[in-house]
Design a protein around this ligand. Structure first.
Ligand code: NAD
Length: 414
């Protein structure tokens, strides 16, 4: 990658604040995180040895509500990445107008190398380590890369040991523990709603539209299912081991069944094996990066052959690649809009936890759809009101304005 994550975010922030002619002190205050906590996590392995791991919780801004953001377990997690992701959360929650700020957490670990007992112990240690700065009205974590409903359940249980039954401390929980109907599928569902609406807006027929998805985890697989159901042809998908291609369209429900049975997408009938580079450059209507950050960069952006990029992952496009795509007339629907379905459903989960009153899935999905579609059309309207404004810059401008308002009204600049 040609630039680190925080620099990439700063570039996006600077462009938007420049367009807004944001007052200098306000821009400085909004750009950087409020608080950064680094923790050392000693983990006793099953063989009795001790492993020391690094974890982080970064709280970017809470002017509009409690800090909110996921928890990532990955060997490449570092403070710079978590810092950038925490800022993206502030502007994502503001853009879709839910009463949260932004935060993010992570542990530098490969969870595939841990047993279930080790993973549970690590999660519980992390909760104890960050518990002084989290709370139902303070900071509410959620799942992200390599974390899931089971990890959220351990998280909630550990916190509840010392604070009493507290389902609202974390979202993305199993439904039996206060999770929301629709939450698990929400991010991918939101990606498919955004794609459907932007296709309608730009006159690309959804029926038979060709889709390429990088990453078939929580977000990618739900997006694939919804788009397949909507009549699109998902022609290529990948995971960390590589990709598969079928120009006629992959049978997504059968592929996901195959993946559940075999633990991998590779070897699925009628598909050809391709590498990550080929996957990203496959001609298609919509390219959906749904894995990690920085995968569309200056070395490959010129070779993309999609009509549009819909960023399901956080930070998949570097600033240089963004510029190259602009010059190639490939619009990008930015992460803070395209993947906001997850945090919207998390907000509804938190509301249900506070009320101890639970909603039907249809209610969650309908409310989520309205929030996303409203935000998309606000972004489109602003982007088309000025020349040379990308969807990303427009989205940041709307979001920065809302956070700036809250900061100023709360008197945080004095
Ligand atoms: P996940 O762990 O469920 O899945 C990640 C997927 O990416 C896996 O299929 C993995 O095999 C694949 N992958 C990893 N490295 C890859 C590589 N180099 N090339 C191709 N595929 C690779 O994670 P997730 O929750 O689906 O998150 C995916 C992205 O979406 C992340 O950027 C995350 O921050 C973002 N996101 C997630 C949520 C959520 O609710 N889970 C919400 C908003 C944004």
């Amino acid at each position: 990658m040609e630039i680190n994550n925080f620099n990439a975010y700063c570039d996006q922030f600077d462009r938007a604040s420049h367009e807004l002619e944001l007052e200098e002190n306000l821009a400085k205050l909004l750009k950087y995180p409020d608080r950064e906590l680094s923790v050392e996590l000693p983990l006793i392995r099953d063989d009795g040895s001790l492993m020391m791991l690094h974890g982080y919780r970064i709280q970017h801004n809470n002017a509009r509500g409690p800090f909110k953001g996921g928890l990532r377990f990955h060997p490449r997690v570092d403070i710079d990445e978590i810092r950038a992701l925490s800022a993206l959360m502030t502007f994502k929650t503001a853009l879709v107008d839910i009463p949260f700020g932004g935060g993010k957490g992570g542990i530098q670990v490969d969870p595939k190398e841990l047993s279930s007992r080790e993973l549970e112990q690590l999660t519980r240690k992390f909760v104890r380590a960050i518990s002084p700065i989290i709370g139902v009205q303070t900071d509410i974590p959620a799942p992200d890369v390599n974390t899931n409903a089971q990890i959220m359940a351990w998280f909630m249980d550990e916190y509840s040991q010392t604070h009493g039954y507290t389902p609202g401390i974390v979202t993305g929980k199993p439904i039996s523990l206060g999770g929301s109907r629709g939450r698990e599928a929400a991010t991918g569902y939101g990606v498919s709603i955004i794609l459907r609406e932007i296709a309608k807006y730009r006159g690309i027929p959804l029926e038979d539209a060709t889709i390429v998805i990088q990453g078939l985890g929580n977000v990618g697989s739900w997006a694939a299912q919804n788009l397949h159901q909507a009549g699109c042809r998902v022609i290529a998908v990948s995971d960390h081991e590589g990709g598969i291609l079928d120009p006629e369209g992959i049978d997504i429900p059968s592929l996901l069944e195959y993946k559940r049975e075999n633990g991998s997408i590779h070897g699925f009938a009628k598909t050809k094996t391709i590498d990550q580079g080929t996957l990203l450059c496959t001609p298609c209507d919509f390219l959906i990066p749904a894995a990690l950050g920085g995968i569309i960069h200056k070395m490959n952006a010129n070779s993309l052959q999609c009509k549009m990029v819909v960023e399901a992952a956080n930070g998949p496009t570097t600033p240089t690649a963004d510029e190259i795509l602009r010059n190639k007339n490939i619009p990008v629907i930015p992460d803070i809009l395209a993947n906001a379905g997850g945090v919207i459903a998390s907000y509804y989960e938190w509301v249900q936890n506070l009320q101890r009153h639970y909603w039907e899935e249809e209610e969650v999905n309908n409310k989520l759809e309205k929030k996303l579609v409203d935000a998309l059309y606000e972004v489109i309207a602003l982007a088309h009101s000025r020349e040379e404004l990308s969807y990303r810059t427009a989205a940041f401008m709307l979001a920065i304005n809302r956070v700036a308002d809250a900061v100023a009204i709360r008197g945080r600049l004095t």
